[in-house]
Design a protein around this ligand. Sequence first.
Ligand code: G4P
Length: 528
Amino acid sequence: MADQNFLNEVSKRRTFAIISHPDAGKTTITEKLLLLGQLIQTAGSVKGRKGDKHATSDWMAMEKQRGISITSSVMQFPYKDCTVNLLDTPGHEDFSEDTYRTLTAVDSVLMIIDGAKGVEDRTIKLMEVCRLRDTPILTFINKMDRDIRDPIDLLDEVEAVLKIVAAPITWPIGMSHFFKGVYNLYTDTIHVFVRGRGHTLMDDIRIEGLQSDAAKELLGDDWDAYVDEIELVRGASHEFNLEAYLAGKLTPVFFGTALSNFGVREMLDGFVEWAPSPIDRETNGRTVPAVEEKFSGFIFKIQANMDPKHRDRIAFMRVCSGTYSRGMKMRHCRIGKDIKVTDAVSFTAGDREGVEEAFSGDIIGLHNHGTIQIGDTFTEGEDLKFTGIPHFAPELFRRVRLKDPMKMKALQKGLQQLSEEGSTQLFMPQRNNELIVGAVGQLQYEVVAYRLKDEYKVECIYEAVNVNTARWVECDDPKKFDEFKNKCRDNLAIDGGGHLTYLAPTRVNLMMAEEKWPQVRFRSTREH
Ligand code: G4P
C-alpha cells in the first residue's frame, strides 16, 4: 500500500500547458494565473513590458526584441487544495518541436481563443498534437472586453474545426463596452465585471440567480432577451460531461478577459476541480502508474543558460511516479549508471530554487554536464524507457561556416549542446568535415547564431547546402545494413545524438533509396 501522504500529494497535482495562437493572450493569462496563485503580487511582471521587471518566460534579449516567447519555462503555484504546474510553451510556430515535446510532459491543456478571431492556425496544429494522446482540453475564450464574434458561432467553430464537443460552463453577458460579466450555467451565478482592475487580485462580485432582482437590475432592459438567450444556449449546446472531458472528447468553455483578469478565476476553479491528476505513463516494458511509490521520470527539454547568473544547462524532468528527494540515487537508464542527485531545482515564477522533494506530476531541473539528452529516462533502479517523446526530421538545412576558423572546437561544442537541447539538429556527414544544421523553422537559425555568439563566443555564417530532407535509418539485418552504409556513404551523416541519418538531396532521391533498400527503415521521426 502506498503511503497516504504520497497519494494525497499526487492527487493534488495538476500539470498543464497553455496552447494558443500568438496574441490570443497566453502571456496575459499566465500572469493572471500567477496572481491567483499568489506567486506574484501585481500583473505586468511576466512579460517585462517596456523593459521593466523581467520574468521567467522572457530570458532572452532576443525574445524581448521580437516580443515572442522562444523558450519555455515551468511555474508551480498552489491554488485551493491543489499544486498547479504550468508549463509555458513557446508561442512562435517555428518552435513547434519544443512545444510538441512540452505537450508530452503535461496531463491536460488550456486552450485560449481570441474571441474576435476564433480558431486560428496554430491552435489547430497544437490541437492535433493533443489529439495524439487524447489530452483533456479546457477552453478560455478571451477578450470579451472587445468586439468579439457571436459566442454561439465561436462554439460552433470550435466544434467544426477542432472536432471536439464544446460545453459552455459560463456564458458572457454582453461584450465590448457593454460587457457586464459572465453567467455560470451550472451554479446559476452571475460574476459581475468591474472594468480596469486587472493588475491586482480583485473580489469576486456575485449575484445569485438569474431571476433575482439584482440580476434584473444589472441587465436592465436586456434582461428578457438574455434569459431567452440562456434558454437557447442550454437547448442548443452540449452539457458538460467529466468523462468525455477526461477522454479528450469534450471541452468545457469559459468566457472572460485576461487583460482585466475577469473570468480567469472561474476557469481556474473549474480546472482544478476537473483536470486530471498525473496520468499513468507508457514505457517500453510496462505502464508506470503515477501513484507507484518508486521514482521515475523523463527529460522533455534541455535549456542552456536560462539565467546568466548560472551558466549551465538544465534538463527538465517530468516526474512520472514516486518522490524525488534531495540526495537520492537515480538510475540514468540510457547509459546504465546510477547518479546521486543533490542539486535538482524547482521553478517558480522568476527564480530557480533547490528542491527538497517533488512528486509525480512535478517538473524538476537537473544540472546537465553533457550526459543527459531529451527523452532520457531516470528510475530508482529498474531499466525502463518512457515512450512517445518524438524528434521530428528537420525540413530546412544549412551548412555552418565559421568567421574565425580557429574557433572550430567552440563551434562544435556549441552546436552539439544546442542539438542536445533540441533547439536545432546537427548532422555531421561521413564524407567530409562539414557541419550541417537542420531546423524545423527559419527562426531557429537566427536563435542558434545568436546563442553561439552570446554563449560560445563564435560567429558563424550559414550557407546553402544540397539537402532536402533527412531520415533516420535502421535495419534488422546487419549484413544488409553494412552494404547500405558502404553504398550510400555519401548520403550518410551522424546526428547530434549519434544516430545514423540519410540526407537526401531531393525527394526523388529519397524515394529511390527507399525502393532500392527495402530492408532499411527510413524514419521521419525518432524516439528520443
Ligand atoms: P500571447 O502571449 O498569446 O502572444 O498574447 P499576449 O498575452 O501577449 O496578448 C497579446 C495582446 O492582447 C496584448 O496586447 C495583450 O495586452 C492583449 N490582450 C490579452 N488579453 C486581452 C483581453 O482580455 N482584452 C484585450 N482587450 N486585450 C487583451 P499588446 O498591445 O500586443 O501588448 P501590450 O502592449 O499590452 O503588452
